[in-house]
Write a protein that binds this ligand. Structure first.
Ligand code: HEM
Ligand code: HEM
Length: 191
């Protein structure tokens, strides 16, 4: 089934969830690795180009995902879940949606504000334009620096939230023994 049912997430939601999850986790690792390299490291430039191309791709997938979320109802949480856990699940999912959009957008804004004006060429194929309104400031370096800090902060927030998210998924599976993890996994059946 492509769409979600009362019991499980459908193929579209599952595919987007896991593509974006692998993408974001890979990008967090790549981002931290790149940021730690010395400025003069010869691989730094190429890695940043790759990071930008993957990042824009993840942004496009995330927009699709949010639109799909708005038109396709998700399966209800297990009825035995206490109210505070329902609230925590909904709030953290909402924040995760905000972050999968805000992290790549802040990265895109950072490179758009850079005084160096290095273009973003999507996997060497075509140019992604810079975001408008981010050039022409008196202190262009400071604007870029603020956006770099925002990008880093949002990335760190994602790492924290992801630890909670994964912990919650594992708790549902091994402690509560409900279908919450299974229904988001591909190639599984929910009774
Ligand atoms: C950066 C990586 C990830 C992001 C951004 C992310 C984001 C999300 C979001 C936004 C939802 C809510 C879906 C809805 O609208 O109902 C969700 C659900 C879910 N995620 Fe993730 N996720 C990530 C990684 C993971 C990982 C690694 C696991 C497994 C260990 C996981 C397990 C689940 C499960 C089981 C659900 C379903 C919850 C439910 O049924 O209500 N996620 N995820
Ligand atoms: C899609 C999700 C993305 C994630 C999870 C992500 C994550 C990260 C992380 C963790 C860092 C290292 C920050 C630090 O600790 O100092 C970083 C650096 C960077 N990101 Fe991203 N990023 C994403 C998308 C993007 C996009 C779309 C762009 C631009 C189009 C971008 C441009 C950059 C640049 C240029 C740096 C290097 C900053 C520097 O050290 O000078 N990122 N990213």
């Amino acid at each position: 089934m492509l769409t979600n049912s009362e019991k499980r997430y459908g193929a579209v939601a599952v595919t987007l969830h896991w593509l974006i999850a692998i993408g974001i986790i890979g990008m967090l690792i790549l981002g931290k690795y790149m940021a730690d390299l010395p400025r003069a490291d010869p691989s730094r430039f190429e890695l940043i180009q790759l990071h930008k191309s993957f990042g824009i791709t993840i942004l496009a997938l995330s927009v699709l995902r949010v639109l799909w979320r708005l038109v396709n109802k998700v399966p209800p949480l297990p009825p035995q879940m206490p109210a505070w856990q329902r609230y925590a699940a909904n709030a953290s999912h909402f924040l995760l949606y905000v972050l999968i959009l805000a992290i790549p957008l802040s990265g895109w804004a950072m490179v758009s504000a850079s005084p160096l004006g290095i273009p973003t060429i999507w996997f060497g194929q075509f140019e992604i334009p810079h975001l408008p309104g981010l050039q022409g400031f008196a202190d262009q370096h400071a604007v870029e620096g603020q956006l770099r800090e925002t990008h880093e902060l949002l990335g760190n927030l994602m790492i924290g939230l992801l630890i909670i998210h994964i912990g919650a998924a594992l708790k549902h599976h091994f402690w509560d023994r409900d279908d919450v993890l299974i229904r988001m996994l591909p190639f599984t059946r929910v009774k």
